[in-house]
Design a binder for this molecule. Sequence first.
Ligand code: ADP
Ligand code: MG
Length: 330
Amino acid sequence: ATPAATMVGTALGAQNGVLFKGGDVLERVQSVDTVVFDKTGTLTTGEMTLTDVVALDRTAADGGERTDGSRGTSELRSDGGAVASGGGADAETTPAETRLLRAAASAERGSEHPLGEALVDGAAERGIDLTHPETFESVPGHGILASVDGHRVLVGNRALFDREGISVDAAESTIEDVASQGKTPVLVAIDGDFAGVLGVGDTVRETAKETVQELLDRGLGVRLLTGDNERTAAAVAAELDIPSGCVRADVRPEEKAEVIDSLRTPGTRVMMVGDGVNDAPALAAADVGVAVGSGTDVAIEAADVTLMRDDPSDVVKAINISEATLQKVK
Ligand code: ADP
Ligand code: MG
């Protein structure tokens, strides 16, 4: 494009809350074939709320401690949705739930992960006092290892539990139930024993679905790339009509860029849209990296375009502006 066309496009973008970092970016945008979206904070608001507290109640079956040390008929106690409204007046928290949430949320106190913040807020809403963990280790893409009140607490995903050799068998149906609703199951263990599941929900952004539809209608590929688990990712993809073959879940932070690289076959230009520190390498690896404006500084620095309004449909706007600008010079 001519310098004049670039100026017009850049200015038009700025008026519309779409910041292009330079004229060559403006040109690359209209040649994109595939748009890859991060899930949390990009297609969803990233404002996470604790919605489910399901404690493994070891004493439910026989009303007391076992003397033989066996796990026996331990079973998951479901709250039947009573805790689902995020701290409503009728949300009764049982002692087992309180113990579970206090341990998990205390462990997450030093965490900057949105899931951790949701647990801390959820505990506060339920009037649960938290304590400072004596030790705290954050494992990127997995969760937290901490010591709380002298107990070893593990909070995170299945990969973390696999790594630590803790079975989640007792919770399979609860995990499935939470994830099939598009919520993230957060698993908790205390002193090496599986202790329960916390469900954390997020809201899909208002324009996410129409944006996916518009991109598909234009013949572009649309993909979802997330560190979240398979089942949750599939539920969100289904809600947004992202084809099921186009979802990559359980992607560790360091793998996101590799996935983008693998999509950049000759003749395929890839746009990556993301918000997190985790997304920064992928944003840099893409032909066009697009950061959500409320995202992390690292993501914005790595990106070529920033969406000031956090609105996924501004991806379409960016493409429109790019096309209009380039047509002017033809
Ligand atoms: P994303 O933000 O896309 O979900 P991450 O790579 O940050 O990706 O995390 C991947 C998964 O690891 C999360 O979905 C969650 O299951 C687990 N996880 C990571 N950090 C934490 C944490 N602080 N607390 C609980 N779970 C976590
Ligand atoms: Mg994100």
